[in-house]
Write a protein that binds this ligand. Structure first.
Ligand SMILES: Cc1cc2nc3c(=O)[nH]c(=O)nc-3n(C[C@H](O)[C@H](O)[C@H](O)COP(=O)(O)OP(=O)(O)OC[C@H]3O[C@@H](n4cnc5c(N)ncnc54)[C@H](O)[C@@H]3O)c2cc1C
Length: 315
């Protein structure tokens, strides 16, 4: 019997789409699913989670004090406690910033094997598909052990409704703050209402071809019109045109949107490592020999300073 616990991420009181997709992925091969909810708003989301196939919804009741509630040591200890009490053999979360913070801590505390950035996980065979060597190789890793932990790439699987009857469990968890990890402050970031890269269905990203910070507004304007998230190559980040939060690639965000529009970026191996699982890639580049032009579904050869303003106008 494979009992899987799913770490639920929330945003303004709603379950993130990436967590719903993770439920759908896990439901394909798990015998039963338990949602692990660390945030408030349990009453509002219980029905929603059941509609996607979660059998048990466990509310890990953390103190309201943000210094305790958001301390990663406290949160990971709560997940471990729930895993033990509810006898969960598999723990899955999204390989998001929150997942990257919590899942390795959970695995370490459980002395469990961990595979991050999975594009697929089969809980019947315990085989996870994950990219290696900057995305050059797709590895199938079989994991052993009583308890296993997996971080799944955001949007690896689209959410599908699969309603079941769910029970809810309120768990009081040990919220002792360890001396060695103290949360000093928590910054929600300056998203300015922008969509998060990992959540977005459409991403439009810019690279060196934008030439400077002012021109990068073309990417922002186009993103607004497309209801897309803006992204960037590392060059655009290193040049200071946008912050690191925008970077896609090996050392940035790993994304899997429905559509990825790459403007004025060459498609280096390191950039590809972060976006090669996009369902459709559209390249806008002056140079028909750029790597991105050979590795996309649609290519537009031309000057982005003509193409993007026209696109904004048309949209
Ligand atoms: C360890 C390591 C990790 C890295 N991690 C990352 C990472 O996470 N993400 C990442 O992106 N990079 C990463 N890099 C950097 C990577 O190797 C490349 O240097 C970088 O991706 C190149 O960025 P770019 O495509 O914007 O620039 P370039 O490679 O210089 O490409 C610019 C492109 O713009 C086109 N262009 C120019 N002007 C126009 C115009 N007017 N209209 C249309 N097209 C135009 C050009 O034809 C060219 O193809 C990493 C490198 C290392 C060594």
């Amino acid at each position: 019997m494979k009992q899987a616990g799913i770490l639920i991420e929330m945003d303004n009181g709603r379950v993130k789409e990436t967590s719903l997709g993770l439920i759908t992925l896990a439901a394909k091969t798990a015998d039963s699913l338990t949602a692990l909810v660390l945030d408030e708003g349990m009453d509002e989301i219980a029905d929603h989670l059941a509609a996607y196939g979660v059998h048990t919804i466990a509310h890990l009741d953390l103190p309201e004090d943000p210094a305790i509630r958001w301390n990663p040591a406290v949160r990971s200890a709560a997940v471990v406690q729930a895993a033990r009490e509810l006898e969960l053999g598999r723990i899955l979360g999204v390989s998001s910033p929150e997942g990257k913070d919590l899942l390795p801590r959970v695995a370490a505390r459980l002395d469990a094997p961990l595979v991050m950035d999975c594009v697929d996980v089969d809980l019947k065979t315990d085989i996870a598909g994950t990219s290696q060597y900057s995305g050059k190789v797709m590895a199938q890793i079989q994991v052993t052990g009583e308890i296993q932990v997996f971080g799944v790439r955001p949007n690896a699987c689209p959410p599908e409704s699969a309603p079941v009857q769910a029970r809810t469990v309120a768990m009081s968890v040990d919220a002792a703050v360890p001396e060695n990890i103290v949360l000093l402050s928590r910054d929600e970031g300056d998203s300015d209402g922008r969509q998060s890269l990992t959540e977005a269905d459409i991403i439009i990203a810019g690279g060196r071809g934008l030439k400077n910070k002012e021109n990068f507004s073309l990417i922002f304007d186009c993103a607004k019109k497309l209801n897309a998230a803006p992204g960037a190559s590392r060059v655009a980040v290193d040049e200071g045109w946008v912050s690191y939060a925008f970077q896609v690639g090996q050392t940035g965000e790993k994304v899997s949107p429905q559509v990825y529009i790459a403007c004025g970026l060459s498609g280096s191996i390191q950039h590809f490592a972060g976006m090669k699982t996009a369902k459709m890639i559209i390249a806008v580049n002056m140079d028909d020999n750029a790597a991105i032009m050979a590795n996309c579904d649609y290519r537009v050869q031309g000057d982005l300073f003509e193409i993007l303003p026209e696109m904004i106008k048309q949209l």
